[in-house]
Design a protein around this ligand. Structure first.
Ligand SMILES: NC(=O)c1ccc[n+]([C@@H]2O[C@H](COP(=O)([O-])OP(=O)(O)OC[C@H]3O[C@@H](n4cnc5c(N)ncnc54)[C@H](O)[C@@H]3O)[C@@H](O)[C@H]2O)c1
Length: 303
């Protein structure tokens, strides 16, 4: 049973309210998140980029559910502020364009100024990029933009997180990569290159930062229904209905019997951020139901 459900168990009045008004998860937080001082991230201070939507937002919810204080950073100010507001006093929002090193640096300094340290840096913001179908179609200005948002930003995030973590000789840095960084042919070239670079960046910086007790890892999700991926698949599948697109994405997966949603990627982030992962560094945690690990022989047995 989730922590929220446990909290709700003894509170019949609140349960009635929830039953009547079809509360969503964020609204539940507004009512019940003020005393989340236990959990796998109890007392940890975190910054998440790209936290106004999708995986970043799901992770902010889970981090707070697990006792962390979180700065949500994004370029979508209105949405980010409203999410932070709904998440309660353990969440704050700050505008941060991750392509701007100064804004990343300021967001990190803001966390340290407010809470005294930074325990977890989650470099998650990203874009799908050009979606150019062929290498000939790929415009290099678009390639540069994808690299700026998906890679350069993560270099800056790791650089400035390290600046404040090294004096503490501790910290967990997480980046969102993708299975597109492991396997050619499932995304456009700029996106694939950017995510392969993130995996390399994580290994490279993990080597150096291991000398300071700082862990650096990444998560590589399979296609997970979020704004980024649903819009992408809407375009390439030529389907307008978002529910249908999400269903088609779920059906693309090899693993049956479970679905992968943003909350599942958030669970991987909670693990990597927590002390349960205290000896895990330089790792790419692939969340793909085995998609990149095997090929099945899809023959039909003879009668
Ligand atoms: N959804 C998937 O299928 C999938 C699969 C593999 C990897 N990823 C990666 O997951 C990460 C999160 O994506 P998502 O699927 O949740 O998409 P999303 O579009 O729902 O969320 C991305 C967030 O990043 C923010 N962002 C974009 N550019 C920014 C910038 N310059 N500065 C600050 N914030 C910025 C957006 O405003 C948005 O809130 C990305 O790095 C993406 O590449 C997603």
């Amino acid at each position: 049973m989730s922590r929220i459900a446990l909290k709700l168990k003894g509170n019949k009045a609140a349960l009635d309210v929830l039953a009547k008004s079809n509360f969503n998860r964020l609204q539940q937080h507004k009512l019940f998140s003020t005393n989340s001082q236990s959990g796998r991230l109890a007392g940890k201070i975190a910054l998440i980029t790209g936290a106004a939507s999708g995986i970043g937002k799901a992770t902010a919810i889970k981090f707070i559910e697990n006792g962390a204080k979180v700065l949500l950073a994004d370029v979508k100010d209105h949405l980010g502020k409203s999410i932070a507001n709904d998440l309660g006093p353990n969440a704050i929002f700050m505008h941060c364009d991750v392509t701007n090193e100064e804004e990343i640096s300021s967001a990190i300094d803001h966390v340290v100024g407010r809470y005294g340290r930074l325990d977890v840096m989650y470099n998650n913001a990203g874009i799908i990029g050009t979606c150019a179908p062929t290498i000939i179609d790929l415009e290099l200005a678009g390639f540069d933009r994808t690299m700026a948002v998906n890679v350069r930003s993560m270099v800056a995030g790791i650089k400035h997180a390290s600046r404040v973590m090294i004096p503490c000789q501790a910290g967990s840095i997480i980046c969102t990569a993708s299975i597109a960084g492991l396997l050619g042919g499932i995304a456009a070239h700029d996106y694939t290159v950017s995510k392969a670079a993130v995996i390399g960046l994580v290994k490279s910086t993990a080597a150096e930062l291991s000398q300071h007790g700082i862990r650096v890892n990444c998560i590589s999700p399979h296609a997970t229904p979020t704004l980024l991926s649903v819009n992408y698949f809407k375009k390439i599948l030529n389907i307008n209905d978002e529910k249908k697109v999400a269903e088609t994405m779920h059906n693309m997966w090899e693993f049956k019997g479970a679905r992968c949603d943003a909350a599942d990627i958030a669970d991987a982030a909670v693990y990597l951020a927590s002390d349960d992962a205290k000896y895990i560094s330089g790792h790419n945690l692939v969340v793909d139901g085995g998609f990149t690990s095997f090929k099945r022989l899809n023959f039909t047995p003879s009668p």
